[in-house]
Design a protein around this ligand. Structure first.
Ligand code: DAU
Length: 354
């Protein structure tokens, strides 16, 4: 079959990126998909192992900050979808520099490559966190950007650059601002996979503060179809909110996980709150829905599916949780900062050097 489009997915060995690469290959058999990934701590070839045999798929190990590599790759593709990012808010509080490097400078390198070769469509995968906390109502795409963490400030900065390249150089760009995403293959530092895997091992679920913060949860496959819709049909220079409207308090999510696993609510442990913790996110998705997109996964169905995956892929997450890098982060974040006793480990196994 003649290939009609070549799509470069940066950060495609990470959580959402790997699902998106798989989604493209199965939905568009006439597309060629290249994943570029630096394989830092949260990216893994195991997330895309099933794609390696596909003749329309290629993997490239590299860094979005590497201008030479990115120019060579971008030159041979029609569309660029940029997932490459540091994404964990807590890590951005400990180490903001790597977020500026990857999320902001990496976006700049990609944009420069697109500018040089021309004719590319660039989709920036962003986040609803750029609005900062939305204490009431729903933020639409015209709401001001008020990021409050080094992570969200980096993502907002990248967005501004993307828009500047659209205005100044006429680059064809679109931006998606996604809400909290969950599903299989998510690195077990984010709340849902951390809580599910801890519960599976009867370890504490470290809930920040009073647990009344609200997030809008979207299943990863719904997030992928939303990005697909914007990639194919989004108007150039336009931003699209992505969310499924499942607004839930963190404590309710923790309780639901424990209920589905048949574990006691006493596993929930209050720990010191995240500094600058945004109390609520909520986005208005009518612009995206007007293009015919709608979420397919009810929260409970998606959560059950996610729990089943973590149950049947113990080796995948136990290997991660056994790594020295993971254990150093959790020790620093949850024990030294958060007040969890050393006996209340959030990971399994002895500390190992990577
Ligand atoms: O809103 C989209 C964003 O969602 C993405 O752009 C980010 O990359 C992604 O990390 C996520 O950000 P959050 O900070 O909302 O996700 P996280 O899973 O870290 O936390 C979800 C909520 O749960 C948040 O209110 C903090 C809380 N939490 C999190 C962890 C890791 C806890 O109470 N305990 C925890 O141990």
């Amino acid at each position: 079959m003649a290939l009609t489009r070549r799509v470069l997915v940066t950060g495609g060995a990470g959580f959402i990126g790997s699902h998106f690469a798989r989604h493209l290959l199965s939905s568009y058999p006439d597309y060629r998909v290249t994943v570029l990934d630096a394989l830092t701590y949260a990216g893994s070839l195991s997330n895309i192992a099933d794609l390696m045999e596909n003749p329309n798929f290629a993997f490239y190990h590299g860094d979005v900050r590497d201008a030479v590599v990115m120019r060579n790759l971008v030159r041979n593709h029609d569309w660029v979808v940029n997932f490459a990012a540091e994404t964990h808010v807590d890590r951005s509080i400990l180490n903001p520099g790597s977020f500026l490097q990857t999320d902001v400078y990496g976006a700049y390198v990609l944009l420069e490559a697109c500018r040089e070769y021309g004719g590319k469509r660039f989709l920036q995968v962003s986040t609803d966190e750029v609005y900062g906390e939305v204490l009431e109502g729903f933020a639409d795409e015209n709401a001001p950007l008020r990021p409050r963490s080094p992570y969200s400030a980096s993502k907002a900065s990248a967005e501004l650059l993307v828009m500047a390249y659209h205005q100044t150089y006429g680059l064809d760009v679109v931006i998606t601002r996604g809400s909290n995403t969950y599903g299989p293959n998510q690195y077990p530092e984010k709340m849902i996979p951390l809580f599910v895997t801890n519960a599976l091992e009867d370890r504490p679920l470290p809930l920040y503060g009073d647990g009344t913060q609200v997030r809008d949860w979207i299943y990863v496959l719904d997030h992928c179809t939303a990005i697909d819709t914007v990639l194919h049909h989004g108007a150039t220079g336009m931003v699209y909110n992505v969310g499924a409207g499942n607004l839930l308090k963190n404590r309710a999510v923790a309780e639901k996980i424990l209920e589905l696993l048949g574990k006691p609510a006493s596993l929930i442990q209050s720990v010191t709150d995240r500094p600058g913790h945004d109390r609520r996110y909520a986005v208005d998705t009518s612009r995206l829905r007007a293009m015919g997109w709608e979420p397919r996964w009810a929260f409970e169905t998606g959560l059950k599916q996610t729990i089943d995956w973590y149950r049947s892929h113990r080796q995948w997450w136990q290997e991660i949780k056994g790594k020295g890098e993971y254990q150093q982060f959790t020790r620093q974040w949850y024990h030294e900062r958060g007040g969890l006793a050393p006996s209340q480990e959030v990971h399994s196994g002895a500390v190992k050097e990577d």
